[in-house]
Design a protein around this ligand. Structure first.
Ligand code: SF4
Length: 423
């Protein structure tokens, strides 16, 4: 199979679809007697939230099991699932909570926590990043993303999923250089290591809207996409989502940098046709639309919370949205004042209303300019508890907040309320 070829299979029965895709690939030597590593996208699983909702945000555990069964027909030497967590989280907990071991149901398949394995230091622009040695050494690496919309990168598919092979400190560096540029550069670096061997997109049910987490909504698609070049696979996948690959900075940059072909006229799609599968994903809100999206999704009073993101890390977003969400359930929405949250690269606006909160270590640069009335919340990212206490004190009268806090102490930080678009 050539690098500009992408296999597309429409359907609903994953084992059948995998059989067709691997049949069209027709390269059994890629798998026979090989050590195969699968890198799914599992970081967004949140043990506090319902299973049904979590399933929208990750490569489906049952799909991983189906892929393993299909690969076993080629008699590989070993198959390993390898993934890392968001900063400050633990992927072992995700594996356990999603019952991945049980679903795979084969004691010979290892689940690896990449955060516990060595990393290799690699030049990245004028700095270094740490890439998992385990992944770089993999004999066969199958990148297994899902189809997602993303607030900072428009889509999160194959190239974005590879950010999960980095050390947590290096993931933060990505946000400092800019996500699009960094994701494209990582794909360029990985090309030198011939990684990944294949990208296999689980396109059964995607995530649309306010992604990449549970604030987004499921989107039925019904396909799998397979190819050797991640840029070409991402270009086809993005088109299937109804989003032109030319709109996506990291896909465009990767093509310009010679990492792969993103021009759909130059990609040969084998199997089903893009037009027969294509759906229209609702895009994630842009940074400018985030404030309204948060207000809508958390059902907050209009104009109560304003945010300027400046390309923040997903975990940094999660750690402020989570506490505002929890406080809504504990203390209600009778706020005493509006808050304006700045994060990552955001600058202090000349004019603003309400309590200014500088969220996370990236905002240390604004402490002096913002003045003594602003609240700087340290941490990279700040913890959920710090978020809860900061927003609680800023948003509520003391009595209301204390009452809410007592409720929360009984519930624990792990319980979080339902969003209106959840089943
Ligand atoms: S402070 Fe937040 S946005 Fe900045 S690097 Fe840390 S986690 Fe990312």
């Amino acid at each position: 199979m050539d690098l500009n070829e992408v296999i597309l299979i429409k359907g609903t029965d994953a084992p059948d679809m995998l059989k067709s895709a691997l049949g069209l690939l027709n390269e059994p030597e890629l798998f026979e007697n090989k050590d195969i590593v699968l890198k799914p996208n599992l970081a967004c699983w949140d043990a506090r939230l319902p299973r049904e909702v979590n399933k929208w945000t990750v490569t489906k555990p049952q799909f991983i099991a189906d892929v393993i069964q299909s690969l076993k027909t080629f008699k590989p030497k070993s198959i390993t699932v390898a993934e890392s967590a968001f900063v400050d989280n633990n992927i072992d907990k995700n594996y356990k909570n999603m019952k991945l071991k049980k679903i795979i149901n084969d004691p010979n398949i290892k689940l690896i926590n990449l955060d516990k394995y060595p990393f290799k230091s690699v030049k990245f622009f004028d700095r270094k990043i740490q890439i998992s040695q385990f992944i770089l050494d993999a004999e066969v690496l199958i990148n297994m993303p899902m189809l997602k919309t993303h607030g900072s990168t428009i889509v999160s598919i194959g190239m974005k999923n590879l950010k999960g092979i980095l050390h947590s400190e290096s993931k933060k560096i990505f946000h400092r250089f800019g996500l699009g540029k960094s994701i494209a550069e990582l794909s360029k670096i990985l090309l030198e290591y011939n990684k990944p061997t294949l990208t296999l997109v689980e396109g059964l049910v995607g995530l649309q809207g306010f992604g990449p987490m549970q604030t987004g909504k499921p989107k039925e698609v019904g396909c799998i996409i397979l190819g050797k070049n991640t840029v070409s696979v991402d270009a086809v996948s993005s088109e299937i989502m109804g989003i032109s690959p030319q709109e996506v900075e990291h896909i465009k940059l990767a093509e310009q940098n010679g990492v792969g072909i993103a021009d759909l006229n130059k990609i040969k799609v084998i199997g089903d046709k893009i037009e027969d599968v294509k759906v229209k994903f609702e895009k994630a809100p842009t940074e400018a639309e985030t404030k309204d999206a948060i207000i809508e999704i958390l059902e907050l009073p209009p104009d109560s919370v304003d945010v300027i993101h400046g390309h923040l890390c997903s975990t940094c977003a999660l750690n402020y949205i989570g506490p505002v969400w929890a406080l809504r359930d504990d203390a209600g929405t009778n706020y005493r004042q509006k808050i304006l949250l700045l994060s990552a690269h955001a600058e202090v606006p000349d004019d603003y209303e309400g309590q200014l909160i500088l969220w996370g270590n990236c905002q240390r640069k604004n402490v002096q300019k913002a003045g003594k009335d602003a609240i700087f919340v340290k941490g990279c990212p700040p913890s959920l508890m710090k978020g809860y206490m900061t927003f609680g004190k800023a948003l509520y009268r003391r009595r209301t907040f204390i009452k809410g806090l007592i409720k929360r102490l009984f519930k624990g930080m792990g319980k979080i309320g339902k969003l209106n678009h959840w089943p």
